[in-house]
Design a protein around this ligand. Structure first.
Ligand SMILES: [Zn+2]
Ligand SMILES: [Zn+2]
Length: 135
């Protein structure tokens, strides 16, 4: 048992996993998410602010969906989402494809146990910071 107060309505509920919202609010958010998706599908030049205004959901929530890669915008140049690493306009997620590959590499590297080194020598000397130069 893990009782928590819902972040949306304040009601106490039995927390299981994910965002701290009660089932009723989760339903609401899910509905809003569908609305957001629909809106973006019908609006090729949708921005985060436009979606927020249209479906009456804070930009923070929209950005959360973007981070989770649930919302995908059609046009990166207007959506208002940029790669957290290099600032390239993107349509969903937190990083552009290039940086995402980098981050994945880093995560894999971090999770690897140091006492059990894998046979992966060439990665170390690759010019991984090179892409910063050709912007
Ligand atoms: Zn609630
Ligand atoms: Zn990037």
């Amino acid at each position: 048992m893990n009782a928590r107060n819902c972040k949306m309505c304040g009601r106490l509920f039995n927390y299981v996993a994910g965002p701290p919202y009660c089932p009723a609010c989760k339903d609401d958010i899910e509905k809003k998410f569908q609305e957001a998706k629909e809106f973006i599908r019908n609006t090729p030049h949708a921005t985060v602010a436009m979606v927020s205004e249209e479906i009456k959901v804070p930009e923070k929530q929209i950005k959360q969906w973007i981070k989770e890669e649930r919302l995908v915008f059609a046009d990166a140049t207007v959506a208002g989402i940029v790669c957290e690493n290099c600032g390239t306009p993107i349509v969903t997620g937190r990083f552009c494809a290039k940086c995402k590959a980098e981050v994945m590499n880093d995560l894999n590297g971090a999770m690897r146990k140091p006492e059990a080194p894998k046979v992966e020598k060439k990665a170390k000397d690759s010019p991984r910071m090179r892409f910063l130069d050709n912007r």
